[in-house]
Structures are given as C-alpha cells and as structure tokens.
Write a protein that binds this ligand. Structure first.
Ligand code: SAH
Ligand code: SF4
Length: 345
C-alpha cells in the first residue's frame, strides 16, 4: 500500500521503515529531509543509498503542490494559488507582521458550510485535503521565502472548515508542531471553526493549539441566517462547548465576528455578544465584511465598527479590529476562491 509520509508521525514513520526491512532510524532521517531540509523528492536525500531512494519513491511517492500563481499585494501580503493533482485550486495567504510572518492555510478545496457572507461557500465542497496537502502549503511557502525561519505563525483560516476534515487536519497539525516536524509552537498555531461542536470537544482532547470560533452573530435567528451550521449547533450548545473547552494556562479562545452593515453591527448586537462571552476567557476579532463580486451584503460604516468595539471594551472584553490585508488581490478573509483571477474570484 502506498503511504503519504507527510501525514505520519515519527513513530508511524519508524514502523513503516521497519515494515520495509529498514532500520527504524531511517524514519527519522526521512523526516529530517521532509520537514527540516524541505526536500521535494527522495533524490535529494543524499545520505540514503540510491537503491533505497528508488524503493521509497515507489512505496511512498512524494507529492508537492504545484504553484499556479503568486499574487503580491501593495501591503506585502502574498496569495499563493496551488493546483491539486486532480484539478481543484486552493489558496494560502502569507501575511507580513511587524517581526514575523503568518501563513493562512486551507483545509478543504471549497467548503460545504454555506455561510452567506463567504466566497468560498459559493463553490461548495470540492474535496477534503489530505494531511500531506495541508502540510505542503507550509512547505511550499517556506521554500519560496528568503528567510523561512521568519514564518512563525499558522492559522487555519483559509478555504474550508477544518473540523469537517478532522483526521487529516489533526495529522497535519501534529507534524506542524512536532519537534522533529516543522516545529511551530502550539501557541502560534490557530484553528478556526464555524462551530462544529462535537469535533471541537474532540479537538480539545487531542491537540493543544489555539481555537478560534466564528461567532458572527449573537442571536440564533441572525446566526442561522448567516451560518446554516447554527441550525444544527445553536448558540447555546456552541457557547457551552466553549465554556467547557480545556484552556491551558493564560490561553484564550478567539471569537471572530464579521461585521456586516445593517445585519449584525448594532450596539444591541454588541451588548448581546458581550453577554454571550461572559465567563469565557475570550478575545474578539472584529472583521469588517470584505465584499466580493456578487455579494449583496455591505461593509459596516467605520462609525458602527468603532461603536461595536467600544461596547465590548467597556465590558472588559479584548476586542481588536482586524483590517483585512491583501484586499487588492482578493486574499482577505472570505475572499478565497481557488481561482487565478481576483476579479473572477
Ligand atoms: N471555516 C472556518 C475557517 C475559514 S473562514 C471558519 O469559518 O471559521 C475564516 C474567517 O473568515 C471566518 O471567521 C469567517 O467568518 C471569515 N469570513 C468569511 N467570509 C468573510 C468576508 N466576506 N469578510 C470578512 N470575513 C469573512
Ligand atoms: Fe466555510 Fe468558514 Fe466560509 Fe463558512 S466562513 S463557508 S465555514 S470557509
């Protein structure tokens, strides 16, 4: 059976090596090439005997993502469009911060969740990404960077609902944070979900990464209108799951709230949001709606955004306004389509 090495952990890789009659340490050697030296093929693994490289390439073909296009924004944000081997496109967005870079990666090609404000939703779900395809976004972007060590933060906020592709996402994240993998700090890896409650509970048990929850409304009617997932897991269930979520020392849950003009941006909405969050170690990211071709919704006025933030701050809730970067190349939240042309996106 062919295996995808970038989805295995250290132990599984060693066991796999053993199953081929190799010394277990070969597993560690291969992982070093894959994750530390960013090798694309077994041919590059020059400390493995040539005949072995051939066997490995046959048993565990190493794929990498084809970079179809890179768009650069005036603000330094870069959007990578990758082509999967069977056709669909996915996107990753590299965002420069003061002293480091954050990479926003995709977990699915498209998304089945159907949120009304999100462009990715329009294409529906094309397919889940494999663990290797999730990790490969990070590897490809690192390969393109002059100083790859400056990429320190990963957010799963690109295309797709990560918790709807649970197994693959967890496998990928394990290799992102493993010492002998890509070695990201688990404090700098954030998974964002639209609120799949049972999978959130599982995640809390399985992995220690940051959790972000897309809240987007503070009452069930509005939230169900914007996010159909709310009909299955309404706010009561979602907030209860957040209250139970195991948060290590000093960690907080991030709540994302896309502010849409006239829909969910009133002072009353802000007060209800504050009430929902009471008793939760929470911080709120307010994201003014990013329009996309064909969207009927409107961004909020500057005044409403500030007023919303003020209500939260008055109640001692950390609330940050996220001016989305990369809007000129359709790389901002909710603008990812997996197609090349930003105007078509
Ligand atoms: N599926 C996951 C992660 C990807 S979406 C989730 O929904 O959480 C990442 C973030 O982009 C979410 O918080 C979502 O609410 C936000 N978003 C989607 N469309 C947007 C838009 N048009 N403008 C601003 N933010 C948007
Ligand atoms: Fe999917 Fe997230 Fe977009 Fe909703 S906001 S459709 S869950 S990617």
């Amino acid at each position: 059976m062919k295996v995808e090495l970038k989805g295995l952990d250290a132990l599984e890789t060693a066991q796999w090596a053993e199953s081929l009659g190799l010394e277990p340490y070969r597993g560690g050697q291969i992982r070093k090439w894959l994750f530390k030296r960013l090798a694309r093929s077994f041919d590059e693994m020059t400390d493995l005997p040539l005949s072995l490289r051939k066997t490995l390439a046959d048993r565990a073909p190493l794929n990498h993502l084809e970079t179809a296009k890179v768009l650069s924004s005036r603000d330094g944000t870069k959007k990578f469009l990758f082509r999967l081997h069977d056709g669909p496109g996915i996107e990753s967005v590299l965002i420069p911060e003061k002293d480091h870079f954050t990479l926003c990666i995709s977990s699915q090609a498209g998304c089945a969740m159907g949120c009304r404000f999100c462009l990715t939703a329009k294409q529906g779900l094309k397919r889940n990404l494999s663990p290797g395809e999730i990790v490969d976004q990070v590897l490809e972007v690192k390969r393109s960077m002059e100083r790859p060590e400056r990429l320190t933060n990963i957010v799963l906020m690109g295309m797709g609902e990560p918790l709807a592709n649970y197994e693959a996402v967890v496998r990928a994240l394990r290799n992102l944070v493993a010492d002998d993998g890509l070695n990201f700090s688990h404090r700098k890896v954030t998974l964002s979900t639209s609120g799949l409650v049972p999978a959130m509970e599982r995640l809390g048990r399985d992995l220690e990464v940051n959790l972000a929850v897309s809240l987007n409304a503070a009452d069930d009617d509005t939230r169900s209108m914007l996010m159909p997932v709310n009909r299955k897991y309404p706010l009561g269930d979602l907030m209860a799951a957040c209250r139970r979520y195991p948060l290590p020392h000093r960690k907080m849950i991030t709540f994302e709230y896309v502010l849409i003009g006239g829909v969910n941006d009133s002072a009353e909405d802000a007060r209800k949001t504050a009430a929902l969050l009471s008793g939760i170690r929470a911080k709120v990211n307010l994201i003014p709606f990013n329009p996309h071709p064909g969207s009927t919704m409107a961004p909020p006025s500057e005044h409403r955004v500030l007023a919303f933030q003020e209500v939260l701050l008055e109640r001692n809730i950390t609330a940050i306004i996220r001016k989305s970067k990369g809007r000129d190349i359709a790389a901002a939240c909710g603008q990812l389509s997996g197609t090349q042309d930003p105007a078509a996106g």
